[in-house]
Ligand binder design. Structure first.
Ligand code: ADQ
Length: 410
């Protein structure tokens, strides 16, 4: 008999570092890659592995995320499968989730209803392909209480991750520190650390026991990476699962092992640029492990001659349905549905979300334009960064970000 597995996807994060993209939506609900939302990646990984009992714990500005999950991921309950968004319900008192561990604590009823042998707890804001069934098999074979997915990352980013130190067998976690400021590199790679991917597999009884214990601790932040994993490491019950061991069907030499935490504007932008190379660093065209999503029945994208007969073109770009590129040039960009680009405009190295409109003669460079942003005729974005800083958000690497509904002056 296959073990019973329940998947919990943590989707309540606020995503402050992605402002203004998270001004009125939860981070996992942020559009990504033209037609997807960030949460589609984790849900597709679980679904492709055959894990179809999934609860998504939401909290912060969850309306559009909720709507997306309900619309895209609704499925027949005939076989007992579901992908259900579950908001904080205040079952245990008048308070929201204090942290990711508290979100699980307040949702114990879901675990009790399902009575799984193992619980997968995955984050919702990463871009990657992974077969979670291989991690579950590793967890069962090792007999660990919790297995944490691990990946090498640059030492300079250690303060954004849970940093793992493994024992001599290369599997048991000897130390786990959440976002340390003083991490040191690995013995064989001084510029790298071993980072937690924020993805865990738990043996159910232990998960419930340790979360209930943490709930009684008034000092705790009730956070998976900050409280729960360190507790289990101290008890010698935590193992690491090396992401390099995960084999996803259809991966190319180039995108094998790809994983991006898109928690900052620059990493969000860079992950888009990873999609549009001729040999993409992350290949969305892997039909053996599809990334699922849903969008309206837009007509096909159209490229037409514009004003004074100029040819409308897009090169090195991904262009979604419903787009019209008229007498203008779009290069090295990711274009979402229903975007209009008018004559003599140029858009380069940019991410345009649904409904964006670029007026005649406008120039847009190195920018992220959120839904429905209208760039008026002749306006310039990403050309004079000092001016852009006065009116928009400009990331550390100089990417100009214009939020949903923000007005752009000519
Ligand atoms: P972070 O992503 O910084 O680090 P956190 O903010 O707790 O940790 O978010 C983890 C996941 O939980 C996200 O998917 C988030 O949306 C969700 N979440 C946060 N608060 C929640 C709440 N109150 N209710 C429901 N869901 C909530 C984590 C780990 C690190 C690891 C990185 C990898 O803590 O150890 O290295 O992920 O990116």
């Amino acid at each position: 008999m296959a073990p019973k597995v329940l998947s919990i996807v943590l989707a309540g994060g606020e995503g402050k570092r992605l402002m203004p993209l998270t001004a009125d939506r939860a981070k996992p609900g942020v559009p990504f890659g033209g037609i997807y939302r960030m949460i589609d990646f984790v849900l597709s990984n679980l679904a492709n592995a055959g894990y179809l009992k999934i609860v998504v714990l939401t909290q912060y500005k969850s309306h559009s995320l909720d709507r997306h999950i309900t619309k895209t991921w609704r499925m027949s309950t005939l076989l007992g499968n579901y992908v259900a968004p579950v908001p904080a319900q205040q079952r245990l008192g008048p308070r929201w989730f204090a942290g990711s561990a508290d979100a699980i604590y307040q949702s114990f009823n879901l675990i009790n209803d399902e009575k799984p042998d193992y619980v997968i707890v995955f984050g919702a804001d990463h871009i990657y392909r992974m077969d979670p069934a291989q991690m579950v098999a590793d967890h069962i074979a090792s007999g660990a209480g919790v297995t944490v997915a691990g990946i090498r990352q640059p030492l300079s980013a250690a303060d954004q991750f849970g940093v793992i130190e493994v024992g001599p067998d290369g599997r048991q976690i000897r130390a786990f520190r959440e976002k340390p400021k003083d991490a040191v590199g690995l013995p064989d790679a001084p510029d790298e650390i071993y980072a937690s991917m924020g993805n865990y597999v738990f043996t159910t009884d232990l998960l419930c026991e340790v979360i209930a214990e943490d709930a009684k601790n008034a000092e705790s932040k009730h956070d998976m990476g900050g409280s729960i994993i360190p507790m289990l490491v101290e008890r010698g019950l935590a193992n690491v699962y090396d992401f390099r061991e995960n084999e996803v069907p259809g991966s190319t030499d180039r995108d094998i092992g790809y994983w991006r935490d898109v928690g900052t504007l620059d990493s969000f932008y860079d992950a888009h640029m990873d999609l549009i190379d001729i040999h993409p660093v992350f290949n969305l065209y892997n039909f053996e492990w599809p990334i699922y999503t849903d969008y309206r029945p837009w007509p096909p994208a159209k490229f037409v001659h514009g004003w004074e007969g100029r040819v409308g073109r897009a090169v090195g770009s991904m262009v979604s349905p419903g787009v019209v590129i008229s007498g203008s040039l779009v290069e090295n960009s990711v274009v979402s549905p229903n975007v209009k680009v008018h004559s003599w405009a140029t858009v380069s190295r940019s991410v345009l979300m649904e409904g964006v409109e670029i007026g005649r003669n406008a120039v847009v460079r190195n920018a992220i334009l959120d839904k429905n942003v209208k760039v008026p005729e002749g306006a310039q974005i990403g050309v004079d960064l000092d001016r852009d800083r006065e009116r928009f958000t400009v990331s550390a690497n100089g990417i100009v970000v214009i939020g949903k509904g923000q007005k752009v002056d000519p």
